[in-house]
Design a protein. Structure first.
Length: 925
């Protein structure tokens, strides 16, 4: 048996040698077939001699050497010892380069078009430079107020797109660091860039209130650091008054919402001295010193061919790519000079045509004027959310068209599978939804005139995201923006980050569940990635949020009487009033307040802030007790008798009395039954309800909720052909029409947060200690499944759990990575195991035989609980009285003593006879 270092990386990225800090943390994994392997010590060498670390940690280990100087490169290697004392071989060298500049080394100034003809005009900027001596290394540091594509001598400097991305521009600007040594020539060189406004010049706000927030024109900042063969270095080509700019390049117009117009025959020729300084609005005139990127950039990650060519009723040709995605089209076209090709995009079809109404004011159109030669058409500074596209102006062979998928280039780390293809498609929809909406920032949707970093969406989805992808750098970067924007809001967290919707500031403290991203997301990152430093960095933000709420709430411990978004998009809410949920919004606000206070107390304890831990712990207990006194009745009911209210009380541990919790769990299960096992929760309750049912002993009810295909449910969109998660449960109505509500996105990941329950509970793989240093193996097999599995690339290596039915047994297999242990929780077994592969068997629970039902006299509760009977009831109604189906389906409520006949009162005799027979026949065996 042998062990070897399998992976070694610095900080939070593995796609580059550049790091953004002089003391990058190191992480490594070990590959070994030795069971129960645990690291005892490690030796790390950067060329100056090995440093011994006498402990067993291997994730985000502090840099043990002298800090890196700006631009410095070191080669790091490592070897580790197990408990036996046997050391691994030295790992391969990891090249680590400081990708940041030192104090006062950033000299580049923002430049752009001096005399633009219109707002947000794209531009081309350029300069020439000549290295003094042979160059051994050249590093380009660049950024933009907007988006840019730099080139050296006509070659792109990297494969990044939409760089440098969107940040809180008043306080934070991220720069790219690129090794361009291979592009530098002896003699004269040209550094140029095409730039467009992108997020910087976009108009934010809704309808007539939309306006530019940041600036009117894009700007570019760059400087080249060259190191010569003799070891000396200097800065060349820094953006300044010596640069030129032109407004007649091939990109004519571009906007995130509007789309893009390119004239491929145009080449920038009308150069004049560049503008120096940011063309910014008054609040944004001060350009912050750029800081090095800590998150992966946006890249092209996949291409999809045309899956089908459809003919619209209007006669147009529509391309179906078979998958709702985020990106753009790439077309290979040969046409006449000046010939115009137009591409329109849509997520769904309505009556056979592109459904454009959900885009609202976003034109989402790509326009190209051809050269007359062989052209490759692709938008450069925007993106679209679409499955369908219509190309007009040229008859392009579908084989010459492909969809280019864009997203932040994170590493995939989590997978799930089961025996149910609908559940697997649901999970795949969640993955695609995350990919499309984790694009520079975590957005709500990728297609309409919004695409903003709504804090509430990420707050509920962060656990799922952290399983599916290594999004640690991505989330850390976004949290820095959150903290900056929060400081400018006096402690309140804007509903979107970056804070592009200034109108929401008029409401005072931001709504609960949205502002609570400040406390929840760092907590999730510590739990899933083991990152204590992100909690330390965000602790002032966490504390400021609960302090702001406490000041607004007063001494009662409850947060009530304020504007809230509540359980947003509860399925019972009218299409035009998405905040009109069944649960009282004060319950949502007070529950989140108590929870966030507890999270801040936990963070203070983790960081050793004992006084804060005691202070916020006492406030949390006060709020918890006040919540129970105000909102929980002695009989075990919530005063707001809605599923979300019960899920909050249970999952946030606001009710601690065992008997009271049991009563709440029973009532929650009854409410789910009353709803015919259809979803009755919105953004807040949906991520919690399956866990609340499971922990309350009603896995059966959670399973019925999961496997329901009638609307509203997780699987209804799947049955309608969805390939991403929808914003509304009924974004597409059964008749194929689009929901009439103003907000109808078909790519909105929040309601897909149930995937975390699939991973932790259905498959049974969960962290039991921060960063999966300890695992929990506790699958809860669903009766409708024959098998399920999850695997995850933890900071210590791959972990997996799978179960399958074999005769009358359940067979569970699990892989525990080296240097970790696992708590096993199976029927009849509680155990602790070390690393390696394990297998257990236990007797499968025998399915409960459902009794035959007495037709019309059957208890309504029994009919709802028996899928055979319930399907027979609705199927018979659909055949004989289809107009009765919606009323019976939507208004049927379980109640003591109610029978089938009670919900069919005044029905004609022939219908009653048919229903009676159908129920009896369906349940006879």
């Amino acid at each position: 048996m042998s062990a070897a270092v399998a992976t070694l990386r610095a900080e939070l990225r593995d796609d580059t040698a550049f790091v953004a800090t002089p003391t990058p943390r190191l992480s490594w994994t070990v590959g070994t077939d030795e069971p129960d392997w645990m690291q005892r010590r490690a030796e790390i060498d950067d060329g100056s001699g090995p440093v011994a670390l006498e402990y067993d940690e291997s994730a985000l280990v502090p840099w043990p050497f002298t800090p890196l100087a700006p631009g410095e490169t070191r080669r790091v290697r490592i070897r580790v010892e197990g408990m036996s004392g046997t050391a691994t071989p030295w790992s391969d060298d990891l090249v680590v380069t400081a990708g940041f500049l030192g104090d006062d080394e950033w000299v580049a100034e923002p430049i752009g078009l001096a005399d633009p003809e219109r707002p947000a005009q794209p531009a081309v900027v350029r300069t020439r430079f000549r290295p003094a001596r042979p160059v051994s290394r050249a590093i380009l540091f660049w950024t933009a107020l907007g988006s840019a594509e730099p080139e050296i001598n006509g070659s792109a400097v990297s494969d990044e797109v939409l760089a440098p991305g969107w940040t809180a521009y008043r306080d934070r600007l991220v720069h790219e660091t690129v090794d361009v040594t291979a592009l530098i020539r002896d003699g004269d060189n040209e550094l140029s860039a095409t730039l467009a406004g992108a997020w910087y010049t976009e108009k934010y706000g809704f309808f007539a209130f939309a306006d530019r927030l940041y600036g009117d024109q894009p700007s570019f900042l760059a400087q080249l650091r060259v190191t010569y063969d003799d070891g000396t270095s200097e800065t060349l080509a820094a953006t300044s008054a010596g640069w030129e700019a032109a407004g007649d390049g091939p990109v004519v117009d571009s906007g995130i919402y509007a789309g893009e117009h390119q004239d491929l025959a145009r080449a920038a020729t009308e150069f004049s001295p560049a503008r120096v300084g940011a063309a910014a609005r008054p609040d944004y005139e001060n350009v912050p010193t750029p800081e090095a990127r800590i998150a992966p950039p946006v890249r092209r990650t996949q291409t999809l061919p045309v899956a089908e060519v459809l003919t619209a009723p209007s006669g147009g040709r529509i391309l179906d790519f078979g998958q709702n995605l985020v990106g753009r089209l790439r077309l290979r076209v040969r046409g006449r000079a000046g010939q115009r090709v137009v591409v329109r995009h849509a997520e769904v079809l309505e009556h056979g045509e592109l459904a454009l109404r959900p885009l609202r004011n976003a034109a989402a159109t790509a326009t190209f004027d051809l050269t007359g030669d062989d052209d490759v058409l692709e938008s450069r500074f925007t993106f679209y959310g679409f499955r369908y596209a219509e190309v007009t102006g040229a008859d392009v062979d579908p084989a010459d068209i492909e969809a280019v998928v864009l997203h932040t280039d994170m590493t995939r780390t989590g997978w799930f599978s089961s025996s149910d293809p609908l559940i697997d498609r649901l999970h795949e929809n969640v993955v695609w939804g995350m990919r499309g909406n984790f694009l520079s920032i975590p957005t709500d949707c990728p297609q309409r005139d919004e695409r903003l970093g709504w804090t509430g969406d990420l707050q509920v989805f962060a656990p799922t995201a952290s399983f599916l992808y290594d999004c640690a750098g991505f989330l850390t970067s976004w949290l820095r923006d959150l903290a900056h924007e929060q400081r400018r809001s006096g402690g309140s967290v804007p509903v979107v980050v970056p804070a592009a919707l200034t109108a929401f500031g008029a409401f005072g403290v931001s709504p609960a569940a949205w502002g609570d991203a400040a406390t929840v997301v760092p907590t999730v990152m510590h739990e899933r990635f083991g990152d204590r430093d992100v909690v330390a960095a965000q602790y002032p933000s966490m504390r400021s949020w609960v302090d702001a709420v406490a000041a607004d709430a007063g001494e009662s411990g409850l947060w009530a009487g304020r504007m809230q978004l509540g359980d947003w998009l509860d399925p019972s809410a009218p299409p035009d009033k998405p905040g009109q949920a069944k649960v009282d919004s004060d319950i949502v606000a007070s529950a989140y307040f108590a929870r966030s206070l507890r999270l801040v107390a936990d963070a203070a304890r983790l960081l050793g802030f004992d006084a804060d831990a005691a202070h916020y712990g006492a406030l949390a207990e006060r709020s918890r007790a006040a919540f129970v006194a105000e909102y929980v009745t002695p009989a075990g009911r919530m005063v707001s008798d809605a599923p979300t209210a019960y899920a909050l009380a249970l999952e946030f541990d606001l009710v601690v009395d065992h008997e009271a919790r049991a009563a709440l769990a029973t009532r929650l299960a009854d409410l789910v039954r009353e709803g015919g096992y259809r979803i009755g929760t919105g953004f807040v309750g949906t991520p919690l309800v399956a866990d609340a049912l499971t922990e309350g002993g009603r896995l059966d009810a959670a399973e019925r909720l999961l496997t329901q295909t009638q609307c509203p449910s997780w699987l209804y969109p799947v049955t309608q052909g969805a390939t991403t998660v929808w914003e509304r449960w009924d974004s597409l109505l059964p008749d194929g029409s689009v929901n009439p509500g103003e907000m109808t996105s078909f790519n909105h990941y929040a309601l897909g947060a149930v995937a975390d329950w699939l991973h932790r509970t259905v498959a049974g793989l969960a962290p039991a200690a921060p960063g999966y240093r300890r695992l929990r193996i506790a699958p809860r097999p669903l009766r409708s499944l024959d098998h399920a599995a999850a695997r995850h690339l933890t900071p210590y290596g791959e972990a997996s759990v799978a179960w399958r039915r074999a005769g009358g047994e359940i067979v569970v297999t699990a892989t525990v990575p080296p240097s970790t242990r696992a708590d096993v929780d199976l029927p009849g077994l509680r155990a602790e195991v070390g690393s390696g592969t394990h297998e257990w068997r236990f007797t499968a629970e025998s399915p409960t035989a459902l009794p035959p039902l007495d037709g019309l006299s059957a208890s309504l509760a029994d009919v709802i609980d028996d899928p055979r009977a319930y399907d027979a009831l609705l199927g018979t109604l659909d055949q004989h009285a289809p107009d009765r189906v919606p009323a019976v389906r939507d208004e049927t409520r379980w109640g003591s003593g109610r029978t089938v006949s009670s919900v069919l009162m005044f029905s004609p005799p022939d219908l009653l006879t048919a229903v009676d027979s159908a129920i009896r026949d369906a349940t006879a065996s």
